[in-house]
Design a protein. Structure first.
Length: 455
């Protein structure tokens, strides 16, 4: 028996030069909010009703994990889920391993949530997750009084044991990370004191917003470009209704596909516009993109809008380190947009990309270089030189190694829509972790993308 979980069967995919993309499609549910809705629902008293949940593999792993800790998690149909939380009874020790699949957010948040209860649990994940650093959560959780036992260094599998009596901490994470912040806040709910996280740079704030919706008092104070966030334990969560809006990180793929494919005119509906997530849209606008947000409204406590995007003449820009937190998952697809821009796009201060589902700087650079795009790799960044609308399109023709990383896979396929020769990827199966409807949605817009199995 192995501790590394089985992945879905791999299959290849291929994209080639497409006609203009057109139409109006709906963005899939936000991955960050979907994890949090299930976890907070499982911790709460009563039944949480969720709509718009992303039914990607990462989220299904979190749903299963919450069942393992004793919550009842039931799918009602198409994005509609009910979670009956453990409330005052608290999480129980799971009978089997907690398998978080490919999900860094899942494992780090669930460890924080579980830490506050008297239990023992073994966390495992797939090959990609088993390579990712966990010290960033093991350090604060250990400081709070949890026993964390890793088999090798700080990697999964990890056994967490807690007596449920944690100490509140005042912690400054060394890296800008919403996962670390959220892990500590969730553990802080079951302490006897005030847990404080000091973020030098503000990261996505869905945990703070959603905790407030579950009736927890979360204090936030601005600190330069960051914030000090705190909550007082013990705190009880009250079940609520969560409407999950569309994921701006997933919407980025059809948006950039439309921006770079000549003649395109597309609307992506229901995109969350939380300012901690919209860094990419600001950079694209600076690059000259036609990108218009219409029909602003509120959903699930967040602002959402429909994004109208047209094929655009882009120019290179410098993306400074301060932008990283608000677009951390969007650099691979931004690099694809940059490969059609005039001149250089310089991306700095993004060393965190090296510890995502893959080393995303190395994987993006390889993907572009093998397809004929001029690109330079640095330890904490990359520079892409594009030929502009009137220069030759990138050659394409490569078989891209995705390293089991959904965002590298989707970025490579979007690049293939404008290259001289088709772009293939070695495996497309993991796209379902965050964007299970990717192929159907892209084809609906007219993208020329094929898979080697029906999808
Ligand atoms: C996430 C935080 C980010 C992001 C990830 C989702 C979250 O990770 O890359 O896809 O939901 O909290 P880090 O916290 O490691 O930056």
């Amino acid at each position: 028996m192995t501790n590394i979980t089985d992945s879905p069967s791999p299959f290849t995919a291929r994209a080639q030069a497409s006609r203009a993309l057109s139409g109006s499609v709906r963005a899939p549910g936000d991955k960050s909010m979907s994890h949090r809705a299930l976890i907070l629902g499982a911790m709460a008293d009563g039944m949480t009703e969720i709509t718009g949940l992303l039914e990607g593999a990462d989220i299904l792993s979190t749903a299963e994990a919450m069942r393992g800790f004793g919550a009842s998690v039931i799918r009602q149909g198409d994005g509609g889920w009910h979670v009956v939380g453990r409330g005052a009874n608290g999480f129980v020790s799971p009978q089997t391993e907690i398998d978080c699949g490919n999900a860094g957010t899942g494992v780090r948040l669930i460890m924080g949530a579980a830490a506050g209860y008297a239990l023992k649990a073994k966390f495992i994940g797939d090959a990609s997750l088993s390579r990712r650093p966990m010290a960033r959560v093991l350090t604060p959780l250990t400081e709070m009084g949890v026993k964390m036992q890793a088999t090798s260094g700080d990697k999964l599998p990890i056994i967490l044991s807690s007596d449920g009596r944690l100490s509140a901490i005042d912690y400054t994470p060394p890296q800008a990370s919403a996962q670390v912040k959220s892990c500590i806040l969730l553990a802080g709910l079951n302490t006897d004191g005030v847990t404080i996280v000091r973020e030098p740079h503000l990261t996505r704030d869905h945990t703070e917003n959603m905790l407030a919706a579950f009736g927890v008092k979360v204090e936030r104070r601005k600190m330069g470009p960051g914030q000090v966030v705190s909550l007082k334990g013990p705190a009880r969560l009250r079940a609520t209704r969560v409407d999950v809006p569309g994921d701006p990180s997933s919407a980025a793929f059809p948006i950039i596909a439309a921006l770079i494919t000549p003649g395109s005119d597309v609307i992506i509906e229901n995109v969350m516009m939380n300012p901690t997530r919209t860094g990419l849209f600001e950079v694209l606008t600076e690059m000259g993109a036609f990108l218009r947000a219409d029909n602003f409204r509120r959903s699930g406590g967040e602002i959402v809008a429909d994004i109208h995007v047209k094929h655009s003449r882009l120019h290179g820009v410098v993306v400074p380190p301060e932008n990283a937190a608000s677009m951390i998952d969007e650099y691979p697809i931004l690099a694809v947009a940059a490969s059609t821009a005039t001149g250089q796009t310089v991306m700095n201060g993004i060393s965190e990309l090296r510890v995502k589902e893959s080393d995303r700087i190395a994987a993006t650079v390889a993907m572009l270089a093998e397809n004929g795009v001029e690109v330079i790799e640095r330890q904490d960044g990359m520079t892409v030189t594009g030929q502009g609308l009137h220069g030759p399109a990138p050659k394409g023709g490569a078989q891209v190694v995705t390293h089991h990383d959904h965002r590298i896979a989707m970025s490579a396929l979007v690049l293939g829509l404008i290259t001289q020769n088709p772009v293939c990827i070695d495996d497309a199966s993991m796209i379902a972790t965050s964007f299970p409807g990717f192929f159907d949605l892209m084809r609906e817009l007219g993208a020329n993308i094929a898979t080697d199995t029906p999808s």
